[in-house]
Design a protein around this ligand. Structure first.
Ligand SMILES: Nc1nc2c(c(=O)[nH]1)N[C@H]1C(S)=C(S)[C@@H](COP(=O)(O)OP(=O)(O)OC[C@H]3O[C@@H](n4cnc5c(N)ncnc54)[C@H](O)[C@@H]3O)O[C@H]1N2
Ligand code: MOO
Length: 417
């Protein structure tokens, strides 16, 4: 199966990802729904609120009984009843009458507005003077004013946020249908890689970084990380680790290998999976050109470069979008959609770039005299500290040969919020 495919552009890879099938839907309780992606649209089965409510403490009145009221010429109203919180009141607000009401109380019939207590002067136990008029609807939340009956609230593919959960709670939806979280296995390979727990690292070896960075990244995209393993550079060991991972996971993310010819090694692993279909073998990007993507049955297999910066950038640029698409995220399916938040900034250094290759350049974002600046962080892709110092990255498209200082750029922020 080791056919060699033409190196793909970043856009071609994203287009391939958009053709992936979504994972199945599952029902989760509202408490677990934040951050999940809706599988079916949601519309309102009832109005919110389902009765008119006061939004201020005061008196429920007929607005026309207060028209023209002022401090010098107050409107005199008789208090006939009091609304208790959480209970309907049987009394009706009649002409010249007022019913005391707390914020959130149910508006009595006949009333169309609430006079705030501050604009009333008690005359005696049963009488108030209103010193400022109200218009119909003042200080009242009407039935369905928050959410209308049948209102279309969220489409399939909507990424649920805390406030969305609040809407679902208001509607009494105790459970929602969302896409299953992708289960991801993270395999790191290389004879030079030793576990983080290694106290004295032998000469020629380094501690494992990628297992940790890739795990943290894919979790950020809502995936569950199952199997994690450091695998030696041995074909049989790699095949058996991949087989185990593919059996029980939706996605396998393998990083690194041996310095020479590792790509062939990863491709050779794929030869042992008859269903494997190589989708990407090399991407015209920097860093991370030697990236592999294959489909194995319904499963995805990513082969990422071993350099920690390259692995993280490819994960962010392609693996995370693939995880969002598996979860049916509409935001990941839009043309030109990028994962995460962005901000606009002014570049304060020249950024060289080669025509025909998309560059991902880490930057520091700072505010200088009210303007947001992006300062490139240069460094080799073996240097994880460059990303730790950066706030995000700028993408220089393949057709652009470098950017001059003063260019306005979009910074893709590492932090999602
Ligand atoms: N002669 C050439 N050499 C290299 C080329 C090339 O085109 N010709 N490409 C370079 C580029 S670009 C990259 S990227 C790397 C590709 O690396 P591999 O994916 O083959 O992976 P490795 O060789 O195993 O690792 C590269 C580097 O990353 C370190 N590494 C690997 N895994 C981890 C880990 N889990 N934690 C921390 N660091 C890790 C590994 O020790 C190597 O230093 O090849 C270039 N070479
Ligand atoms: O493609 Mo490599 O990832 O630039 O270091």
């Amino acid at each position: 199966m080791s056919q060699f495919l033409k190196v793909k552009t970043a856009e071609e890879v994203l287009d391939i990802l958009k053709t992936l099938d979504f994972l199945e839907a599952e029902t989760v309780r509202l408490e677990q729904a934040c951050g999940r992606i809706l599988a079916t649209p949601v519309s309102a089965p009832e109005p919110v609120p389902h009765f008119a409510r006061a939004t201020m403490d005061g008196y429920a009145v007929r607005a026309r009984d207060t028209f023209g009221a002022s401090e010098s010429l107050p409107a005199l109203l008789e208090i006939t009843d009091e609304v208790s919180m959480g209970k309907p009141v049987s009394a009706t607000t009649e002409k010249g009458k007022a019913i005391a009401i707390p914020t959130g109380g149910m508006l009595p019939s006949g009333a169309d507005s609430v006079v705030m207590v501050e604009y009333t002067i008690p005359m005696d136990e049963k009488t108030i003077e209103v010193i400022k008029p109200v218009a119909p609807g003042d200080n009242v939340l009407k039935e369905g004013e928050d959410i209308g009956l049948g209102e279309e609230l969220f489409g399939a593919g909507w990424h649920l946020r805390p406030q969305d959960i609040g809407v679902l709670a208001a509607l009494g939806m105790q459970a929602v249908s969302v896409r299953r979280r992708p289960k991801v296995a993270i395999l790191s390979t290389g004879d030079e890689i030793v576990p983080v727990s290694t106290e004295v690292v032998p000469a020629g070896k380094i501690r494992d970084i990628n297992t940790f960075t890739l795990t943290a990244q894919v979790q950020e995209a809502g995936a569950e990380v199952g199997f994690k393993s450091l695998v030696e550079d041995d074909l049989d060991a790699l095949i058996s680790a991949c087989r185990k991972a593919l059996d029980t996971h939706d996605v396998v993310v393998l990083s690194g290998g041996s310095s020479v010819g590792v790509r062939d090694f990863t491709l050779r692993v794929l030869d042992f999976f008859p269903e494997a279909e190589l989708l990407v073998h090399g991407v015209a990007v920097r860093p991370g050109k030697p990236t592999i993507l294959a489909r194995i049955g319904k499963k995805l297999f990513w082969g990422l470069p071993g350099q920690p910066v390259s692995a993280m950038m490819i994960c962010r640029a392609f693996v995370l979008p693939s995880l969002m698409i598996l979860q049916g995220a509409e935001s990941a399916l839009e043309p030109g959609a990028e994962y995460g938040n962005t901000c606009r900034a002014v570049l304060n250094r020249r950024l060289p770039s080669v025509h025909g290759r998309t560059d991902y350049v880490p930057v520091i974002v700072s505010r200088v005299e009210g303007e947001i600046h992006a300062t490139p962080v240069f460094g080799k892709s073996a240097m994880i500290s460059t990303l730790a110092r950066s706030d995000g990255y700028v993408i220089i498209p393949a057709h652009v040969e470098g950017l001059d200082p003063g260019s306005e750029v979009t910074v893709h922020l590492f932090q999602r919020v």
